[in-house]
Design a protein around this ligand. Structure first.
Ligand code: FAD
Length: 248
């Protein structure tokens, strides 16, 4: 969205393809997490700018190569984001295991369940908060020695007291080794935990399976945002701005 905005300001005629019914990607999911609804302000702003600039937006469209070729584009920006990654652990394909996006999309009703959240990055911690708020008994399982590795201290200072208030158990230095019926197996001080569900918040990986084909078909292909490297909203915005700003 940011790249399209800057390109339009520069006099290009960007066409924005979005496979979903709405714009916003992972930011929409982030907005469902507790106290994060205001990230939607950014989307409102960008959407308004795109409308004002007359950017052509094609929703519900994952374009084929032919559709892109028909535009005879000067350049193609690949901004397909990232998808959750699942660690290769025994039992990870069990039906009681799911990823954060499915929880936040409301695909699975979670209330009154014992839930293990795998990973204590900010997404894991905030998902734990969300699940605890829905009346689940939540345990966060983190392989590192500290809860919240890499999370800004100021954010940890905000989220940890709220997790404690809701009775979320935080288990650091615990490696998940297997998911079995009704429980998970761990290496660490606790070796087994009875759970009804496991929510994996173990990071995301870039979604760029279109890249090879795009590079064969088009001379100027730019990869931006999480598609280039999973990061934060700011990283994606800067990349969109920068690469649209210097396109020649
Ligand atoms: C739960 C959660 C919470 C987060 N919280 C924060 C936070 O607090 N702060 C922060 O800075 N970052 C946060 N992030 C990360 C942040 O949302 C991402 O870094 C950012 O959204 C990346 O933007 P992007 O445009 O690169 O990718 P995305 O937001 O993933 O957008 C990619 C878009 O491309 C679309 N798409 C994919 N393939 C195709 C295709 N073939 N054709 C058409 N469209 C396609 C997708 O549907 C999606 O809309 C969070 C992420 C999640 C999942």
């Amino acid at each position: 969205m940011e790249a399209a905005r800057v390109l339009a300001l520069r006099g290009f005629k960007p066409v924005l393809f979005e496979q979903a019914a709405v714009l916003g990607g992972q930011i929409r999911m982030a907005s469902i997490l507790p106290h994060k609804d205001k990230v939607l302000w950014l989307l409102d702003h960008l959407e308004r700018q795109l409308l004002d600039l007359g950017v052509e937006i094609r929703l519900n469209t994952a374009p084929s190569m032919d559709e892109i070729k028909a535009l005879q584009p000067w350049a193609v920006f690949l901004a397909t984001g990232a998808r959750p990654s699942l660690p290769p652990i025994e039992g990870i394909d069990q039906p009681q295991v799911c990823t954060v996006d499915r929880v936040l999309r409301g695909e699975l009703g979670f209330t009154g369940k014992r839930v293990a959240v795998l990973g204590s990055g900010l997404t894991g911690l905030e998902t734990a908060l969300y699940l605890a708020g829905q009346g689940n008994q939540v345990t966060v399982v983190e392989v590192q020695k500290q809860i919240g590795p890499g999370v800004l201290p100021i954010l940890l200072m905000d989220v940890l007291p709220r997790l404690r208030e809701l009775g979320v158990q935080l288990l650091a230095d615990a490696r998940l080794t297997a998911v079995a019926a009704g429980c998970i197996k761990l290496e660490g001080a606790v070796t087994e935990l009875e759970v009804d569900a496991v929510v994996v918040a173990a990071g995301v990986k870039s979604r760029r399976e279109l890249l090879d084909e795009l590079e064969v078909n088009f001379e100027n292909v730019q990869v931006i945002g999480d598609a280039a490297r999973p990061g934060k909203i700011g990283n994606a915005m800067y990349a969109g701005f920068d690469q649209a700003y210097v396109l020649s």
